[in-house]
Each structure stands twice: as C-alpha cells, then as structure tokens.
Design a protein around this ligand. Structure first.
Ligand code: PHE
Length: 539
C-alpha cells in the first residue's frame, strides 16, 4: 500500500497544497474577483468574501479532501463510500468539471494568444481574434495540449511537479506586477479607492450572495476536484492546515490581482481621460491591453508577464478539471492514463469548438448560436457554476455530515459531538476546531449553500430588469437544463453504477503493472480491493 501510494499519489504535503492551490487560483481570482469586488462595495465585499471562505469554503474543502482521502478513489467511489445511495454525487462531480473544461479552455486559448502576442499589438484584437475561429481553435488546442501533457505524466510526476514550478512563478510575477502598478503615480490612489473603499450600501443582499458564490467557485469546490486530489494524499498530510493554506493562498492572489488591475486602469484614465470598461471579458482582453500599450517597452514586458501568469493560472485549473474526469475513466473502465486523457481531451475539445464560435459571435455583437438567449460560454457557465456546483457542494456536506458515519440512533445522528468523535477516530484531526467543524458541516454550511442555490436559481429565472424582477423563459430553460443534467446523473448512477465496482486509485497502479486489464468483477466498491487483476495484453 505504502509503495502504491508513492507511485500513485502526491509525494508530499507541499506538492498537494500547491496542486490544490493551482486548481483554486484561476481566472476567478485574476479576473472575476477584482471586478466583482469593485462593483459590490469594495472592502465590504472583501469582508463578506473572507467570511464565506472561513465559515463555508474551508468547511466544504476539508469535507471534500477528507472524503477523497478516506476512499483513496475517484469521486464516484468516494461518495459511494459515504453512502451507497449518494454515489450519484460523484458522477455529478465528474460531469461538472467536464462541462467546465469545454468553455474554460476557450478562455485559456485566448490567454495564450494574448501572452504570445504581447510584443505585437493586443489592443484591438479581441473582435477579430474571437471571430477568427481557426485561430481560436489553434490556441485552444495549444492550451489543451499543455494541460494534457501534464496530466499524462500522472499525479506525482505530472501535476505535482508542474504545480511546484508554476505556482511560485505565478506568485512572483503577480507580486512584481502589483509593485509596478502601485508605482505608476497618477490615478493609483483613485484606483485603490475604487477597488477597496468599503461601501456597505453597494453590497446589499445581492453582493453577499455574489461573494458567497465566488468563494465556492474560486476554491474549486463542488466539482470533485478536492475529492480527487484529496484521494491522492495519505494520512500524513494534515487536511485542516492544508485547506487553510490553500484558502489563504487563493484569497491572497485574488486580492493582489485587484491591487494590480485597478491602479493600472485608473492610471490610464487619469493620463488620457478615456474611461475603460472594467467588467466581464472586456477587462481582461480589451482594457488591460490598452493600458499596457501606453506604457512603452516596459508595458510590453508587463503584458507578457501578466498574460503568462494568467495562462499559468488557467492551466493549473484545467489540469485539475481534466484529472477528475481522467481519474474516473482510468478506474472505472480500466483504461491506461494516456488513453483516458486523450479521450477526455478530444471530446471536450470538440465540444469547445461551437462554444468558441458562439463566443466570437457574441463579442462581435451578433446574436447567433445562442442557447436560452445566452452565448454558449455564458450558458455553460450559468448551468455549471450557478445551478449545479452548489448542489454538489451541499452534497459533500450532507454526505460527510450525515451519512459517512451514520448510526442507528437518532440522537447520535443529530449530534455533532458524535460526528466529531468519529472523525477524530478516523484520523481527521482538527484540534480545537474539530467540534466546530462537525457542527458547521452538519448544519451551517448546508443551509448557507442551500440559500446560494435558491437565490442563484431565482436570479436566473426572475432576473432584475430595469429595477424590478420579471420572469424569463430563457432563464427557466437554463435552470431546467441544469436540473435535467442532475436527473440524468442520478438515473445513470442508480441504473449502471450503484451495484457495480467503480474503481479506486490502486487500480491505476495495478493496471500499469499489468499493462492494461479487464474490469474487475462486479461488486460494491471495495476500498482496497484484493482482487488479482489478471495481466492482459495491451488492447
Ligand atoms: N477556481 C478556479 C478559478 O478561480 C476556477 C475553476 C473552476 C477551477 C473550475 C477549476 C475548476 O478560476
């Protein structure tokens, strides 16, 4: 077992933390966090965000890492181990990353283009580039290929090694750019003021929900990632403090990104009198290039470093998404890693093509190739992040809080003390925090997440138009699509997976030794199966 773990999992705690942080730090930190902060009351938003990370994000993260570690297996087996009827959550936690890869890699392709084109002219390429589908596909393919190579190397030799190199680079670049932007002179203090000036009236209930949702997305929760990465850790790694470091790193990067972006934008505005758009895709791909362009040669270097950093952030996120799906395919279908990752990458790449085309139309003001009134990228984003992700995160809390240590007695089932004791016995040592964790994961976090889900859905079906809410049939379509996916995941699980063996991490190792193998006999997921897998020639 020890031996297998070495071959199959993270070699050390730092490697695990950096890989998980690599997943967490993504476009959400470098782009959505800063603009959401500026629009929702600055420091007031940051305050709620940090609060959500502490009371909800870290709780769900610990729960998910622990569920994975305990099962040493892919999410389906991991949730199934919590309760046989909850394995569908795992399937769900594989479908969500699958959907996200399809659009995230398009944006990844954009960032590669902007990084490589930094010494050329990035200022007004957004429209022509996005409309040139050949080019978009090319850069998406480059981006995907980079992620594929890393995942192909496996957890220890691919993901862990890459994260250990890439994450420090990202951080150093970020700090350098922040220092540079803070020293720009004119406009810097206005930018900081715009970004962080606390304004609780601008926050409102909507801002609170946005902060809570952002915390989830940013920490990569509710999509199997932490379960999957957690499954590659052994008992030596401290779940609690790892989660804390991941959350701190993630939050720090998000805060720092704003300290670079807003001073830069306000500096430009102060110098030229031209107001730049600072929300959505325009911030990253139109406004910032405009700013960099006025800073001479240094601006070109800053642009290269900045977009290089965004590429790294997006890449390590897509790597984690790919790993979740790949891990399941390897283990459930006894396919070698190389083959599995090629299958996943090929399918997601094909699906990403129409998404790229649709985004190109949207950015050029054409209303074509939309679904429920949204371009495909926004459609996928709403389906997976707003509707599906909270369901899965809620499931993680319920699975751990109520089912993983279910007991016959009602009293014990409702007692967070009992859960605390069982978790301690099982090696989840959280010290003084343990009892609080047990209470939070059982009661508080699920409730808060349910609120996020309900209001997220209401916001889609009854969007606010001109100050008042009105029904949107398109919104209803989006929500129904999402719940249809949920329903399909549940059905597929109960029909095809519940009573079948769904694999575990050790299978990959055995598979590698055997050079490909048949699926083991059907039986309920043995966590450390002692089935001898017969060697078989490579298919
Ligand atoms: N956490 C990432 C971010 O902040 C987003 C992400 C989403 C990463 C899904 C992986 C999977 O951008």
């Amino acid at each position: 077992m020890e031996n297998t773990k070495k071959k199959n999992g993270f070699a050390g705690g730092i490697g695990f933390i950096l890989a998980a942080a690599g997943s967490a730090v993504g476009l959400g930190n470098l782009w959505s966090f800063p603009y959401k902060t500026s629009q929702n009351g600055g420091a007031a938003f940051v305050f709620v965000y940090i609060f959500s990370v502490i009371v909800m994000g870290s709780i769900v993260m610990i729960a998910e890492i622990y569920l994975g570690r305990r099962a040493q297996a892919n999410p389906v087996t991991a949730y199934k181990k919590a309760h046989k009827n909850l394995g569908w959550l795992g399937l769900f936690a594989i479908i969500i990353p699958f959907l996200i890869i399809c659009y995230y890699s398009i944006l990844g392709g954009y960032t590669v283009k902007y990084a490589l084109n930094s010494f050329g002219d990035n200022v007004s390429i957004l429209k022509p580039f996005s409309a040139n589908i050949g080019e978009v596909i090319l850069y998406t393919a480059i981006f995907m290929a980079l992620a594929l190579v890393v995942v192909m190397g496996g957890v220890q030799n691919g993901i862990e090694k890459a994260s250990k190199v890439l994450m420090p680079i990202l951080f150093i670049i970020l700090v350098g750019i922040v220092i540079y932007c803070l020293c720009l002179g004119t406009g810097v203090s206005e930018g900081l003021n715009y970004y962080l000036n606390p304004d609780f009236s601008a926050l409102g209930f909507k801002g609170v929900l946005a902060a809570m949702g952002q915390a989830f997305y940013s920490l990569s929760l509710g999509m199997g990632i932490m379960v999957s990465y957690g499954s590659y850790t052994g008992k030596k790694i401290k779940v609690g403090s790892s989660a804390m470091y991941i959350a701190i790193f993630d939050t720090l990067v998000a805060l720092l990104a704003g300290l670079a972006i807003f001073p830069a934008i306000y500096h430009y505005q102060a110098e030229t009198g031209i107001i730049l758009k600072d929300n959505g895709i325009m911030l990253l791909f139109a406004s910032l290039p405009t700013v960099f362009n006025t800073l001479g040669v240094i601006g070109k270097i800053v642009s290269f470093l900045f977009f290089g950093m965004v590429v790294i952030a997006a890449l390590t996120s897509v790597i984690s998404l790919l790993e979740v799906v790949t891990q399941f395919i390897i283990q459930k279908f006894s396919v070698a890693r190389k083959k599995a990752i090629f299958i996943v990458a090929a399918i997601t790449f094909l699906i990403s093509v129409p998404i790229g085309i649709s985004l190109g139309y949207a950015l050029n003001g054409k209303n074509a190739m939309t679904l429920c009134g949204q371009n495909l990228l926004d459609f996928f984003d709403l389906v997976s992040n707003t509707v599906l992700m909270p369901v899965c995160a809620l499931g993680s809390c319920v699975a751990l809080g109520w089912f993983a240590f279910g007991s016959r007695s009602v009293k014990q089932n409702f007692s967070s003390n009992y859960l605390y004791g069982r978790l301690e016995d099982d090696g989840l040592k959280l010290g003084k925090f343990g009892i609080i964790f047990a209470f939070m994961v059982k009661y508080v976090s699920p409730l808060l997440i349910a609120v996020i889900e309900v209001f997220g859905v209401i916001d889609i079906i009854f969007p606010t138009v001109g100050g008042s809410r009105s029904f949107s049939a398109n919104g209803l379509g989006i929500v129904l699509t999402a719940y249809a996916i949920l329903f399909i995941a549940i059905a597929v699980y109960f029909i095809f997976l519940k009573n079948k063996y769904t694999g575990c991490n050790e299978d990959e190792h055995k598979l590698a030794l055997a050079g490909g193998a048949d699926e083991p006999d059907d039986e309920l997921a043995p966590i450390e199966p002692d089935i001898k897998i017969p060697p078989k020639n490579k298919q």
